[in-house]
Design a binder for this molecule. Sequence first.
Ligand SMILES: O=C(O)c1cccc(C(=O)CC[C@H]2O[C@@H](n3cnc4c(=O)[nH]cnc43)[C@H](O)[C@@H]2O)c1
Length: 207
Amino acid sequence: MKTLVVAATKAELTFLYQHFNLDDGDFVEAKNFDILITGVGMVATAFALGKHLTHKYKLVINLGIAGSFDRNIELGSLVNITEDTFAELGAEDGENFLTITDLGFGENTYKAKCSINTNILKVTGVTVNRVSGNDKNIRNLMERLNPQTESMEGAAVLYACQKEHVDCLQIRSISNYVEPRNRDKWQIGLAIKNLNDWAIAFLTDMN
Ligand SMILES: O=C(O)c1cccc(C(=O)CC[C@H]2O[C@@H](n3cnc4c(=O)[nH]cnc43)[C@H](O)[C@@H]2O)c1
Protein backbone atom coordinates (compact mmCIF):
# COMPACT_ATOMS: atom_id res chain seq x y z
CA MET A 1 0.00 0.00 0.00
CA LYS A 2 1.13 3.49 -0.80
CA THR A 3 1.33 6.85 0.96
CA LEU A 4 -0.44 9.89 -0.50
CA VAL A 5 1.47 13.15 -0.02
CA VAL A 6 -0.90 16.13 -0.21
CA ALA A 7 0.11 19.78 -0.53
CA ALA A 8 -1.66 22.95 -1.63
CA THR A 9 1.06 24.20 -3.96
CA LYS A 10 3.93 22.61 -5.85
CA ALA A 11 6.21 25.38 -4.54
CA GLU A 12 5.85 23.91 -1.04
CA LEU A 13 7.33 20.59 -2.30
CA THR A 14 10.01 22.01 -4.64
CA PHE A 15 12.98 20.09 -3.18
CA LEU A 16 11.00 16.88 -2.82
CA TYR A 17 10.17 16.96 -6.56
CA GLN A 18 13.86 17.62 -7.31
CA HIS A 19 15.20 14.97 -4.92
CA PHE A 20 13.01 12.16 -6.23
CA ASN A 21 13.28 13.42 -9.85
CA LEU A 22 9.49 13.50 -10.17
CA ASP A 23 7.47 14.44 -13.24
CA ASP A 24 6.07 17.94 -13.16
CA GLY A 25 2.36 17.21 -12.57
CA ASP A 26 -0.29 17.82 -9.93
CA PHE A 27 -0.79 14.08 -9.45
CA VAL A 28 2.48 12.20 -9.63
CA GLU A 29 3.03 8.52 -8.96
CA ALA A 30 6.33 7.31 -7.49
CA LYS A 31 7.20 3.77 -6.35
CA ASN A 32 6.01 3.95 -2.73
CA PHE A 33 4.13 7.21 -2.66
CA ASP A 34 1.99 9.47 -4.84
CA ILE A 35 1.88 13.26 -4.70
CA LEU A 36 -1.32 15.29 -4.99
CA ILE A 37 -1.19 19.07 -5.42
CA THR A 38 -4.66 20.32 -4.56
CA GLY A 39 -4.58 24.11 -4.93
CA VAL A 40 -4.98 26.51 -2.01
CA GLY A 41 -7.95 26.24 0.34
CA MET A 42 -10.49 23.80 1.71
CA VAL A 43 -12.71 23.55 -1.38
CA ALA A 44 -9.82 22.74 -3.73
CA THR A 45 -8.43 20.26 -1.19
CA ALA A 46 -11.73 18.47 -0.65
CA PHE A 47 -12.36 18.28 -4.39
CA ALA A 48 -8.91 16.84 -5.13
CA LEU A 49 -9.12 14.31 -2.28
CA GLY A 50 -12.62 13.34 -3.39
CA LYS A 51 -11.11 12.37 -6.73
CA HIS A 52 -7.91 10.70 -5.51
CA LEU A 53 -8.27 9.35 -1.95
CA THR A 54 -8.91 5.61 -2.16
CA HIS A 55 -8.12 2.57 -0.03
CA LYS A 56 -4.94 1.89 -1.98
CA TYR A 57 -3.38 4.40 0.45
CA LYS A 58 -2.39 3.36 3.98
CA LEU A 59 -1.39 6.89 4.98
CA VAL A 60 -2.01 10.49 3.89
CA ILE A 61 0.66 13.08 4.74
CA ASN A 62 -0.48 16.68 4.44
CA LEU A 63 2.59 18.90 4.00
CA GLY A 64 2.68 22.67 3.84
CA ILE A 65 3.58 25.93 5.47
CA ALA A 66 1.45 27.50 8.21
CA GLY A 67 1.11 30.49 10.46
CA SER A 68 1.69 30.24 14.21
CA PHE A 69 -0.24 31.98 16.99
CA ASP A 70 2.33 30.63 19.44
CA ARG A 71 5.45 32.83 19.64
CA ASN A 72 7.36 30.04 21.38
CA ILE A 73 7.44 28.18 18.06
CA GLU A 74 10.32 29.51 15.94
CA LEU A 75 9.82 30.42 12.30
CA GLY A 76 11.02 27.48 10.19
CA SER A 77 10.08 24.91 12.88
CA LEU A 78 8.07 21.82 12.03
CA VAL A 79 4.82 21.02 13.79
CA ASN A 80 2.59 17.95 13.78
CA ILE A 81 -1.00 19.25 13.71
CA THR A 82 -2.92 16.45 15.38
CA GLU A 83 -6.21 18.31 15.81
CA ASP A 84 -7.65 20.86 13.40
CA THR A 85 -10.82 22.97 13.47
CA PHE A 86 -12.90 24.53 10.68
CA ALA A 87 -12.79 27.92 12.41
CA GLU A 88 -15.35 29.80 10.30
CA LEU A 89 -17.93 27.03 9.92
CA GLY A 90 -21.03 28.08 11.83
CA ALA A 91 -23.11 31.19 12.44
CA GLU A 92 -22.50 34.61 13.94
CA ASP A 93 -24.97 35.43 16.71
CA GLY A 94 -24.27 39.06 17.53
CA GLU A 95 -20.86 39.04 19.23
CA ASN A 96 -21.03 35.26 19.77
CA PHE A 97 -20.14 32.49 17.36
CA LEU A 98 -22.12 29.28 17.05
CA THR A 99 -20.17 26.34 15.62
CA ILE A 100 -21.85 23.81 13.35
CA THR A 101 -21.77 21.51 16.37
CA ASP A 102 -23.73 24.12 18.36
CA LEU A 103 -26.17 24.29 15.45
CA GLY A 104 -26.60 20.51 15.44
CA PHE A 105 -24.96 19.93 12.03
CA GLY A 106 -21.98 17.77 13.02
CA GLU A 107 -18.34 18.21 14.02
CA ASN A 108 -16.10 21.19 13.40
CA THR A 109 -12.93 19.65 14.87
CA TYR A 110 -11.06 16.63 13.47
CA LYS A 111 -8.19 14.57 14.86
CA ALA A 112 -5.41 12.98 12.82
CA LYS A 113 -5.48 9.24 13.45
CA CYS A 114 -1.96 7.91 13.02
CA SER A 115 0.21 5.31 14.75
CA ILE A 116 3.51 6.80 13.51
CA ASN A 117 5.55 8.68 16.11
CA THR A 118 7.52 11.49 14.47
CA ASN A 119 9.02 13.30 17.50
CA ILE A 120 7.73 16.55 15.98
CA LEU A 121 5.96 18.98 18.34
CA LYS A 122 2.24 18.14 18.44
CA VAL A 123 -0.07 21.16 18.16
CA THR A 124 -3.67 22.10 17.51
CA GLY A 125 -4.63 24.16 14.47
CA VAL A 126 -7.43 26.06 12.81
CA THR A 127 -8.25 26.05 9.11
CA VAL A 128 -9.57 29.25 7.53
CA ASN A 129 -10.62 30.63 4.15
CA ARG A 130 -9.01 33.97 4.90
CA VAL A 131 -5.48 34.30 6.37
CA SER A 132 -6.01 36.12 9.69
CA GLY A 133 -4.53 39.59 9.45
CA ASN A 134 -6.21 41.92 11.89
CA ASP A 135 -5.96 42.15 15.67
CA LYS A 136 -9.68 41.82 16.37
CA ASN A 137 -10.12 38.60 14.36
CA ILE A 138 -6.90 37.13 15.77
CA ARG A 139 -7.98 37.88 19.37
CA ASN A 140 -11.41 36.35 18.68
CA LEU A 141 -9.90 33.17 17.26
CA MET A 142 -7.48 32.81 20.18
CA GLU A 143 -10.18 33.39 22.79
CA ARG A 144 -12.64 31.04 21.10
CA LEU A 145 -10.36 28.16 20.03
CA ASN A 146 -6.88 28.77 21.51
CA PRO A 147 -5.12 27.34 18.43
CA GLN A 148 -1.36 27.19 17.93
CA THR A 149 -1.37 27.19 14.11
CA GLU A 150 -3.42 28.34 11.14
CA SER A 151 -3.60 26.94 7.61
CA MET A 152 -6.06 26.98 4.73
CA GLU A 153 -6.36 23.20 4.14
CA GLY A 154 -5.54 21.11 7.22
CA ALA A 155 -9.00 20.37 8.61
CA ALA A 156 -10.24 19.40 5.13
CA VAL A 157 -7.52 16.74 4.86
CA LEU A 158 -8.26 15.38 8.35
CA TYR A 159 -11.98 15.33 7.51
CA ALA A 160 -11.45 13.36 4.27
CA CYS A 161 -9.14 10.87 6.03
CA GLN A 162 -11.63 10.31 8.84
CA LYS A 163 -14.43 9.76 6.34
CA GLU A 164 -12.32 7.25 4.37
CA HIS A 165 -10.74 5.61 7.47
CA VAL A 166 -7.21 6.32 6.23
CA ASP A 167 -4.42 7.24 8.68
CA CYS A 168 -3.25 10.83 8.44
CA LEU A 169 -0.29 13.01 9.43
CA GLN A 170 -0.33 16.80 9.02
CA ILE A 171 3.21 18.13 9.11
CA ARG A 172 3.67 21.85 8.52
CA SER A 173 6.54 24.27 8.78
CA ILE A 174 5.92 27.67 10.34
CA SER A 175 6.47 30.45 7.78
CA ASN A 176 4.95 33.35 9.75
CA TYR A 177 3.27 34.43 12.93
CA VAL A 178 -0.45 35.14 12.80
CA GLU A 179 -0.47 38.90 13.16
CA PRO A 180 -1.54 42.02 11.24
CA ARG A 181 -0.27 41.31 7.75
CA ASN A 182 3.43 42.00 7.19
CA ARG A 183 4.56 39.83 4.29
CA ASP A 184 8.20 41.02 4.66
CA LYS A 185 8.46 39.08 7.94
CA TRP A 186 7.32 35.75 6.42
CA GLN A 187 10.12 33.19 6.13
CA ILE A 188 8.62 31.05 3.39
CA GLY A 189 12.00 29.94 1.97
CA LEU A 190 13.30 28.66 5.32
CA ALA A 191 9.98 26.96 6.10
CA ILE A 192 9.88 25.17 2.72
CA LYS A 193 13.52 24.04 3.00
CA ASN A 194 13.00 22.53 6.48
CA LEU A 195 9.70 20.93 5.47
CA ASN A 196 11.24 19.33 2.37
CA ASP A 197 14.33 18.09 4.28
CA TRP A 198 12.03 16.30 6.73
CA ALA A 199 9.74 14.92 4.01
CA ILE A 200 12.65 13.59 1.92
CA ALA A 201 14.13 11.80 4.97
CA PHE A 202 10.72 10.42 6.02
CA LEU A 203 9.80 9.13 2.56
CA THR A 204 13.29 7.67 2.06
CA ASP A 205 13.21 5.82 5.43
CA MET A 206 9.72 4.55 4.68
CA ASN A 207 10.94 2.77 1.51
O1 LIG B 1 1.83 35.73 -0.20
C1 LIG B 1 0.83 35.65 0.46
O2 LIG B 1 0.18 36.59 0.81
C2 LIG B 1 0.37 34.31 0.87
C3 LIG B 1 -0.74 34.16 1.66
C4 LIG B 1 -1.14 32.88 2.03
C5 LIG B 1 -0.43 31.79 1.61
C6 LIG B 1 0.67 31.94 0.80
C7 LIG B 1 1.51 30.81 0.30
O3 LIG B 1 2.49 31.01 -0.31
C8 LIG B 1 1.26 29.36 0.47
C9 LIG B 1 -0.13 28.96 0.61
C10 LIG B 1 -0.34 28.23 1.96
O4 LIG B 1 0.17 28.87 3.06
C11 LIG B 1 -0.47 28.39 4.21
N1 LIG B 1 -0.33 29.44 5.20
C12 LIG B 1 0.86 29.96 5.55
N2 LIG B 1 0.72 30.85 6.52
C13 LIG B 1 -0.60 30.92 6.81
C14 LIG B 1 -1.35 31.69 7.77
O5 LIG B 1 -0.82 32.49 8.55
N3 LIG B 1 -2.68 31.49 7.77
C15 LIG B 1 -3.28 30.62 6.93
N4 LIG B 1 -2.60 29.89 6.02
C16 LIG B 1 -1.27 30.02 5.97
C17 LIG B 1 -1.88 28.02 3.72
O6 LIG B 1 -2.20 26.72 4.11
C18 LIG B 1 -1.79 28.12 2.19
O7 LIG B 1 -2.15 26.97 1.51
C19 LIG B 1 1.08 33.20 0.45
